[in-house]
Design a protein around this ligand. Structure first.
Ligand code: PLP
Length: 368
């Protein structure tokens, strides 16, 4: 077997980057500051500059970012929140955590919330919609924002997979009322552990969000609301300040490798490739193909030394805690047909070419 290609191997960070991270760790160890402090302020400043947003609040992880966003918008018991049938489970989980009810909506053929079906799920209790920019593809935000413009429904963008994505030149996370980011290690900008952030174009949310992530206090020992401890780990903020420097170069590499996939696989009749962004500004988080021969292909690639992942095998409303007994035809089809191929800045061009060659060798009708 000529290759052994993991889906994502973060041990492949280049040595000079590893050294910069080691230096940052030494610096923080010497400074003796492990909660809050300069690294957190610097990271938040970088985030708000990058998104041209008046503020950014870094927090413990992307799931907390979503939960805090719901609480900042005062969403709770008796309220309904519309969530796409396919996402990482967090998107629906947080709605339950604040005591509200997730209302699922089917996705389109690419896995994104199907905005044409909103009328079917909206009710007098609908307080918010959480569009998910799945795989780093962006939801049609102009259409969604227009839809809610004459309704009192808030929009929380789940941009966990969409750091660095733009649509019409506007960043993911800056279209809705609040935007939630994740820096989980496998995301495009990943920490060396858990981290997340909340951004908004509306400055007035900052105080409430800062208070909610820190036990309902803005000043020490003055607890004005019930919050939680959802602060970012200072070490992670420090590492993210280092990693952020590489982000643009990583995006270029992802884009370059994704283009190899598109070029090499475009004539494979039994495959559906992911959509290309209209203006080329998606972040290539995952390269997710679709085929009715998914399980056979996954198996065949595994035997060729290539690891693939399914994002995700089950629609959320088909999972035990969220089961609502309804059918979601597109979500159910997609969950059976999707397969994410390796795509990250640490893959070589040769590895991607080998993956493409292997896929072309696969004969769906003769492989059992
Ligand atoms: C990763 C992810 C989250 C959660 O982020 P964590 O930092 O892992 O808590 C939420 N939504 C989506 C779509 C994600 O991919």
């Amino acid at each position: 077997m000529p290759f052994n290609i993991p889906f994502l191997d973060l041990a492949r960070y280049p040595e000079d980057l590893k050294n910069s991270l080691r230096e940052k760790f030494s610096e923080m160890l010497n400074a003796g500051l492990f909660s809050g402090g300069k690294e957190v302020a610097v990271f938040e400043h970088k985030l708000s500059l990058y998104h041209e947003s008046p503020f950014a609040v870094a927090c413990a992880n992307g799931t907390d970012a979503l939960e805090i966003a719901l609480r900042a918008l005062r969403i709770g018991p008796g309220d309904e929140v519309i969530v796409p049938a396919i996402s990482w489970v967090s998107t629906a989980e947080v709605v339950c955590l604040v005591g509200a009810k997730p209302i699922f909506i089917d996705v389109d053929q690419t896995g994104l919330i199907d905005t044409s079906k909103l009328d079917l799920v909206i009710s007098a209790r609908t307080k918010a919609i959480i569009p998910v920019h799945l795989y780093g593809q962006m939801v049609d935000m102009p259409r969604l924002m227009k839809y809610v413009s004459d309704k009192s429904i808030k929009v929380i963008e789940d941009a966990a997979q969409a750091f660095g994505c733009q649509l019409h030149g506007k960043m993911a996370g800056t279209w809705g009322d609040l935007g939630c980011l994740s820096f989980y290690p496998s995301k495009n900008l990943g920490a060396l552990g858990e981290a997340g952030a909340i951004i908004s174009q509306q400055a007035e949310y900052e105080t409430e969000i800062r208070s909610l992530i820190n036990h309902g206090q803005l000043l020490r020992d003055e607890h004005l609301t019930v919050g939680k401890n959802a602060r970012i780990d200072t070490l992670q903020a420090g590492f993210l300040n280092v990693l952020f420097e590489s982000f643009e170069a990583w995006q270029q590499k992802r884009k370059y490798l994704a283009n190899i996939y598109w070029e090499s696989l475009k004539d494979v009749a039994w495959l559906t490739l992911p959509p290309k962004a209209i203006d080329g500004s998606y972040n290539f988080h995952l390269y997710t193909i679709q085929t009715t021969f998914r399980n056979k292909l996954k198996d065949f690639l595994k035997n060729s030394g290539i690891q693939t992942v399914i994002h995700y095998p089950t629609p959320i409303p088909k999972m035990i805690p969220y089961n609502d007994g309804q059918t979601y035809p597109n979500a159910e089809r997609i969950c059976n047909e999707i397969l994410s191929l390796p795509l990250n800045p640490w893959l070589t061009e040769n590895e991607v070419l080998y993956i493409c060659e292997s896929i072309k060798k696969f004969n769906p009708n003769s492989y059992f």
